[in-house]
Design a binder for this molecule. Sequence first.
Ligand SMILES: O=P(O)(O)OC[C@H]1O[C@](O)(CO)[C@@H](O)[C@@H]1O
Length: 430
Amino acid sequence: MRVDIGNALDEVATPGIPEDALDRLDSRVADAHERIAEGRAAHEHGYESLNLPETVDTGAIREAVEPFQGSESIINVGIGGSALGSATLSSALESDVDAYYLDNVDPEWIERLLEEIDLSSTAVNVVSRSGTTAETLSNFLVVQQAMEDEGVDWAERTWVTTGESGNLRDLADKHDLPSLKVPDGVPGRFSVLSTVGLASAALQGHDIDAIVEGARDAERSLSGSLYDSPAYAYGAIAHALDIRGAGVNAMMPYSESLETFAEWYAQLWAESLGKDGLGQTPVRALGATDQHSQLQLYRAGPHDKMVTFVQVADRDDVAIPETDLEGLSYLGGSSLGELIDAEFEATEASLAAADVPNVRIEIDRVDEYNLGNLLYNMKAATVMAGELYGIDTYVQPAVEWGKKAARGLLGGGDFEEADAVAEKNVFEIE
Ligand SMILES: O=P(O)(O)OC[C@H]1O[C@](O)(CO)[C@@H](O)[C@@H]1O
């Protein structure tokens, strides 16, 4: 991964970072890197996620999914960090094995999906770090029922990935289901390069060693300076732009196969940094598509945002046929790859021309190695940004209120949060 911060400097952008502030920022990065190295050496919660290239056992993962080889599809039941990393790999890489992600509880969507899938030739991967997430466990019970209704032995086709304890662990023990353990000290949103993200990828035939090798090389690039560590440069620059007013960060990959990556990044960035009144709001965008929906706002709206582009240097291409149609001949004979690259460079320049800060992230190709490298670098960037914000990057206490309220509404216990739901201030207009 390469990072170009030229369009984030104040000679181009507003807000922008004065070049002479980079050295000051760099000394903060050096201090933060020391803290991160300490946390990693001590296997502290959260920091441990940067040790995954060393700790993950890809052989054990392949062995665990071996019994499911030959499956025509995989149903991944999990939500948030227990789905988005795996979904990022699955949607970016080609496979003959289809992967479905049940990461929501919309009944009509779930029903349609289960009707679409041949349940007799599918494997089921249930992932929950806590083992208590209502959406995941409910969907798993629904999948079980759907398989039973089809006369399919779900226990034969299921493996779970979870912690030492919890409802899912109890369920796995009760039915003697094969299981993988979530890594200790690694919050869900940081767990893609572990059993959580790599098991389904292995069953889809992806080279998980290449993914981990990409991550390992990213790890090797971590140093005490933003001038030679793309991950730390990205984390530090995004933080520096936020405290100067760019409170929104639009993640805009110029690759359809990286659309889910933007979703994964949004959880990582929001749930890690959104604390104590701080944090930069991630927005998921896609290039070139959102040039035709969001760009007007990015260029001519409030100067409260930065844009992060992800550009792919090398990709397969499709020729645009020659045409003598008036006004179109300039396109004929070129290719979609040339077009999307021109669109990318033009959009990047259009933001600079409007003084909107933007950063370019570039990867060589969308393949296992580069995905592992990109995912690890974005994790390290988040860890760095968390240090600079001075917040606890690895917890997410604010999500618990809603969970208690929902549980209370469903009769799952007495929670004052559920009472507060009934006190909604209603002012309806219809
Ligand atoms: O893996 P689990 O414990 O089911 O949690 C799923 C997701 O829900 C959250 O806890 C937020 O509610 C995320 O942090 C996590 O990735």
